[in-house]
Ligand binder design. Structure first.
Ligand SMILES: C[S@@+](CC[C@H](N)C(=O)[O-])C[C@H]1O[C@@H](n2cnc3c(N)ncnc32)[C@H](O)[C@@H]1O
Length: 388
C-alpha cells in the first residue's frame, strides 16, 4: 500500500490516480517497470540495438551517432559519459536476441522468453513479417506484445494472478475495440487480422491460449495494448549528450562539444529524420491508470534510459488532486477545445472531461482555418506518438 497516491474510480473517467500528499514541481511521483514491453519490429529490424527485455541501448554513444548520421568519422570525447556497458551484454543461444545483462536474460527467460524463443521458420517469425507488412514506421504497437502476454500467462505458476494483472487495464466494448483496431491498422488491413490470429493460435496451441485468442479475445487484447500502451524510448547518444552537458569543462571545449552535438543532430535529421531512439511500447500497471488532461500536472519520462517509467510533477500538486498527464503533443494541448476534443475522440475514442475542457464547454464547436491546417499536420504526428 503506497501512501503517496491511490487509485479511485471516478464517475466520468473510470479509474484515476489521486495524490495523497503534496508533490512539488519536479518531484518524482512514481517509478515502475512495465508488466510487459516490446521493442517495435521495424525499429529492431533497422538495427536500433536494444536489450530485448528492458530496451536499454546496446550500442555505444559513438556507434549510435555514427549510425544515425551515417558519418563514420564522428568521434565523441568524454566517452565516460556513455553508459553502455558492452562487457555485460549477452545473447540467447537459440534465437540470438540480445540482452544488456544476464539479469535481463534470466528475467526474460523465466517470465516469457521460453515460450516466444523461436527459429526463422516458426509461426512467430511469420507473424512478425506479416505484422511488419501492415504496420510501417512510425510504429505505434507491436504484435509481439500479445505473444508476450500469452507467454507470461502460459509460463506463470500462478496463472490467475497474471490474468488478474491484465484484467485491471482499461477495457472497451466489442464495437469500440473494432474501431480502435481500424484506427491502428487501417481498414484495408482488417482482413489480415484473421491470418495474424491464426499464426498466434499456431504458436500457442494450448486450450488456455486458445481462449485468449478467440476472435473476440484477440480483438480485445489488441485494443488493450492500443488503449493502455505507453511508448518507450531509449538512446545511447541522447544519454551521452545529457551526461556530457553536466560535466565541468573549459568554455572553449564546451563550445566545441555543443557544436558537435548540434552538427550531429542536424546530420541525423537528414539521415533518419525523427527516428532517433530505440522505440517500443509497454503496459504499466499504475501509469496506465493516469488519465489525460489538457492542463496536465505530471509527465511521463524515461530517466533510466530503459523501460522503467518515471512520472514527474510538472506543477505543484496538493493532496486529493487528480494526477494527470497529457496524451497529446504540447502543440495540440495548447489548441482550442474543439480541436483537442476532435483529436482525442478520433485517436483515443473518448470525450475529454478534463478540467480545461469542462471550463471551456461553451466554446463554439466549429473549426477555424488554423485548425484545418493543424489537422493535416496532426495526421502525421498522431501516427508518430501512437495512441499514448
Ligand atoms: C490509459 S486509460 C486511463 C485509465 C482509465 N480511466 C481506466 O479506467 O482504466 C485511458 C482511458 O481513460 C479514459 N480517460 C482518460 N482521460 C480521460 C479524460 N480526460 N476524460 C475522459 N476519459 C478519460 C478514456 O476512456 C481512455 O481511453
Amino acid at each position: 500500500m503506497n501512501s503517496d497516491y491511490e487509485i479511485r474510480i471516478t464517475p466520468s473517467k473510470g479509474k484515476a490516480l489521486f495524490a495523497l500528499k503534496t508533490f512539488n514541481e519536479g518531484d518524482i511521483i512514481l517509478e515502475e517497470e512495465p508488466v510487459v514491453s516490446c521493442q517495435f519490429l521495424w525499429n529492431a529490424a533497422y538495427k536500433y540495438l536494444a536489450c530485448d527485455h528492458c530496451l536499454r541501448p546496446l550500442e555505444t554513444a559513438e556507434e549510435n551517432v555514427r549510425r544515425l548520421t551515417n558519418n563514420l568519422s564522428i568521434s565523441l570525447p568524454h566517452m565516460k559519459c556513455c553508459e553502455t556497458d558492452k562487457s555485460s551484454q549477452t545473447a540467447c543461444l537459440f534465437c540470438g536476441v540480445l540482452y544488456c545483462s544476464n539479469q535481463c536474460q534470466e528475467t526474460a527467460y523465466s517470465r516469457y522468453h521460453r515460450m516466444v524463443c523461436h527459429s526463422a521458420d516458426h509461426p512467430l517469425a511469420r507473424l512478425c513479417d506479416l505484422w511488419k507488412s501492415i504496420h510501417y514506421p512510425p510504429e505505434t504497437a507491436n504484435i509481439m506484445m500479445i505473444a508476450r502476454i500469452i507467454a507470461l500467462i502460459e509460463q506463470a505458476e500462478n496463472k490467475q494472478a497474471v490474468v488478474d494483472v491484465f484484467s485491471q487495464f482499461c477495457q472497451r466494448s466489442v464495437n469500440e475495440n473494432e474501431q480502435l483496431i481500424i484506427k491502428l491498422l487501417g481498414e484495408e488491413y482488417m482482413a489480415v487480422l484473421e491470418e495474424i490470429r491464426q499464426l498466434l493460435v499456431e504458436a500457442f496451441p494450448s486450450d488456455l491460449s486458445k481462449q485468449w485468442l478467440s476472435p473476440e479475445g484477440f480483438l480485445s487484447l489488441l485494443s488493450l495494448i492500443a488503449t493502455n500502451g505507453q511508448g518507450v524510448g531509449s538512446t545511447a547518444f541522447g544519454q551521452w549528450v545529457k551526461n556530457v552537458s553536466n560535466i565541468q569543462v573549459a568554455p572553449e571545449e564546451k563550445a566545441s562539444i555543443d557544436n558537435l552535438i548540434q552538427l550531429s543532430y542536424a546530420q541525423m535529421d537528414e539521415h533518419v529524420g525523427c527516428f532517433l531512439n530505440n522505440e517500443g511500447s509497454a503496459l504499466y500497471s499504475l501509469e496506465s491508470s493516469i488519465n489525460h488532461s489538457c492542463v496536465p500536472n505530471a509527465e511521463p519520462c524515461f530517466l533510466h534510459n530503459n523501460f522503467m517509467i518515471t512520472v514527474k510533477a510538472v506543477k505543484n500538486i496538493s493532496p486529493g488532486e487528480e494526477i494527470c498527464i497529457s496524451y497529446l503533443d504540447e502543440c495540440v494541448t495548447s489548441r482550442r477545445r474543439y480541436f483537442r476534443q476532435k483529436i482525442l475522440k478520433e485517436n483515443y475514442l473518448f470525450i475529454c472531461r478534463c478540467e480545461k475542457c469542462e471550463l471551456e464547454v461553451n466554446d463554439p464547436d466549429e473549426s477555424s482555418d488554423e485548425d484545418s491546417e493543424d489537422e493535416s499536420a496532426m495526421e502525421d504526428s498522431d501516427q508518430e506518438s501512437g495512441f499514448s
